[in-house]
Ligand binder design. Structure first.
Ligand code: HEM
Ligand code: NAG
Ligand code: NAG
Ligand code: NAG
Length: 314
């Protein structure tokens, strides 16, 4: 039943959006596109080590709302509040890198490469530049014309339990394997206190602190993020090696030292728990699974045009 539903969803999404992706999409029309983007991402990263995390998360947010259609890049206009101005945007950053890449790409092949493809390629480059695996990104996404802040409530929240996570992923044709592998993106970057506040203060009626958090780790988070937290930028890195793409994230989950309830939730059912253990003990298994799931996530399409400016519709 689930299989038939997945098939139907795949068929329907391929049919309704009508843009099949391919590895050689720009071979004739913009052969240097990937080099040009990689160069821009490399330069930006050499100046700011937080850029890769920003780009990877931005691509995830893009794909989860209306498909990977560059809707996350659009700015609010008139009465319309765009996705990037929705509540979960606190850590979205590095938009300027996509703008620079677009500018560089427009000089060599104007009007050809979508912003959604630029973001998908930049996210891959971000993983490579931080020491992760590389892969060929299917291309041919189109940019969308709609971006609504109100739709960001459809993103999974860090307080989600395993069934909520499963639902959020399956609505996008993504499996529990994809959930565990893609959560590995949390090997990079930073989180604000608000994203794990639920676990360290007033957890529930009987526990002030989430008992699934390692006590000394919980104490450290509490000192960084006091109840009346006034520092807007306070927070913690996702992983001590937060600028290196590795499988440390899974080791941390097993040590009860992951930041979010949604990370820890991966231990609550055998299927996902087994995958966490597998990726914690094999970087190779993680890399293979991550590549597979990234290609799947980044193939959720949705747009219609090739935007001239990534921040505004044509
Ligand atoms: C499974 C569901 C997910 C949830 C609930 C979730 C939630 C979050 C939250 C709350 C933050 C911190 C925001 C902040 O406080 O600043 C974050 C950061 C991040 N997430 Fe996720 N995320 C999920 C999946 C993913 C996926 C699939 C990827 C990419 C493959 C990803 C990549 C990242 C990265 C790289 C950061 C760090 C961003 C930065 O430092 O700028 N996340 N995530
Ligand atoms: C995030 O959204 C808020 C409104 O919800 C807005 O004030 C803020 O400027 C946005 N931040 C970024 C980086 O776009
Ligand atoms: C997850 O949370 C939802 C909503 O709060 C709840 O209905 C459900 O029972 C929870 N599932 C698990 C496995 O805890
Ligand atoms: C609080 O959370 C703990 C751990 O999840 C659980 O064992 C306990 O029953 C919860 N208490 C209440 C009142 O929900």
């Amino acid at each position: 039943m689930a299989f038939i539903a997945a098939l139907l969803l795949l068929f329907f999404s391929a049919f309704s959006q009508g843009n099949a992706l391919s590895l050689n999409y720009y071979t004739k029309t913009c052969p240097d596109v990937e080099h040009v983007i990689a160069q821009v991402v490399r330069e930006a990263t050499s100046k700011d080590k937080t850029v890769p995390a920003g780009l990877l998360r931005m691509h995830f947010h893009d794909c989860f709302i209306r498909g990977c259609d560059g809707s996350v890049l659009l700015k609010s206009k008139g009465g319309n509040k765009a996705e990037k101005d929705g509540p979960p945007n606190v850590s979205l950053h590095a938009f300027y890198v996509i703008d620079s890449a677009k500018k560089a790409v427009e000089t060599i092949c104007p009007g050809i490469v979508s912003c959604a493809d630029i973001l998908a390629l930049a996210a891959r480059d971000a993983v490579v530049l931080t020491g992760g695996p590389t892969w060929d990104v299917p291309k041919g996404r189109k940019d969308g014309r709609i971006s609504k802040a109100s739709e960001t409530v459809q993103l999974p929240a860090p307080t989600f339990n395993i069934s909520q996570l499963q639902q959020s992923f399956s609505q996008r044709g993504l499996s529990m394997e994809d959930l565990v592998a893609l959560s590995g993106g949390h090997t990079l970057g930073f989180s604000h206190c608000s994203s794990f506040q639920n676990r360290i203060h007033n957890f529930n009626l009987t526990h002030d602190t989430d008992p699934t958090l390692h006590p000394s780790f919980a104490a450290r988070l509490q000192s960084i993020c006091p109840i009346k937290n006034k520092a807007k930028n306070a927070g913690a890195t996702m992983d001590p090696s937060s600028t290196t793409f590795d499988n440390n994230y899974y080791k941390l989950i097993l040590q009860k030292k992951s930041l979010f309830s949604s990370d820890q939730a991966l231990l609550t059912i055998p299927k996902t728990r087994d995958l966490v253990s597998k990726y914690a003990s094999s970087k190779k298994a993680f890399n293979t699974a991550f590549i597979n799931s990234m290609i799947k996530m980044s193939s959720i399409t949705g747009g219609q045009e090739v935007r001239k400016d990534c921040r505004v519709v044509n």
